[in-house]
Ligand binder design. Structure first.
Ligand code: HQG
Length: 173
């Protein structure tokens, strides 16, 4: 079994298209492990290896259920408690999105939330998936003080509904 390929397949099914293999997520994104194993033709041992070795700890198993910890495009209520963010958070993107981002702010696009990183290095890696990365600093505490609700996924990604442009600063390289 190719661990990375299987992880990508799991992300696809548990975040975006559970229906593609006949699964239905519960409202918090969980699905029965045995059903997932049958649908993906995996053994429990293979699944546990993918979950345990995943570089970004993208999945969590609790009892007989499994879910992706963030990154969904299907509607889910992950249930992470609201949490006060650090003073600053970061978002990695690419130059071509900047005009839109600086005009309308960060939007979740296809996902259920805007994803923010706790440090510049992580944000740069996220942006680099699409080209030369550009990092934005988010004035997170001010945004929280102004009423935005932040939460943090089980793998340390900060989530928020949106970030208006006035809370964003483009960092120099
Ligand atoms: C951009 C990966 C135009 C945004 C990563 C991003 C992350 C706008 C893209 C996680 C915009 C959305 C999430 C606006 C935002 N106008 N473009 N108003 N607002 N954008 O993939 O944050 O490996 O949905 O900058 O590591 O890149 O999958 O979000 O470029 O943690 O676990 O629209 O996905 O994790 O792209 O990445 P995405 P993201 P995994």
């Amino acid at each position: 079994m190719d661990v990375v390929r299987t992880s990508k397949r799991l992300s696809f099914v548990l975040r975006h298209r559970p229906d593609s293999v006949g699964l239905v997520l519960d409202p918090a994104g969980w699905v029965d492990v045995d059903q997932l194993l049958a649908a993906l033709r995996l053994t429990r041992e293979q699944l546990e290896r993918v979950v345990a070795t995943n570089d970004k700890r993208r999945f969590e198993i609790a009892g007989d259920r499994i879910r992706a910890v963030q990154g969904h495009s299907v509607a889910v209520e992950l249930g992470y408690a609201p949490e006060r963010p650090p003073a600053q958070l970061f978002h990695g993107t690419v130059e071509r999105f900047l005009p839109a981002i600086l005009a309308e702010g960060l939007r979740p696009q296809r996902r259920h939330a805007v994803h923010l990183s706790p440090d510049v290095a992580t944000a740069r890696t996220v942006g680099a998936r699409r080209g030369r990365p550009v990092v934005l600093r988010v004035d997170a505490v001010r945004l929280a003080d102004d009423g935005a609700v932040f939460s943090r996924s089980a793998n340390g990604v900060w989530l928020v509904d949106a970030v208006p442009p006035s809370y964003l600063t483009v960092l120099d390289d």
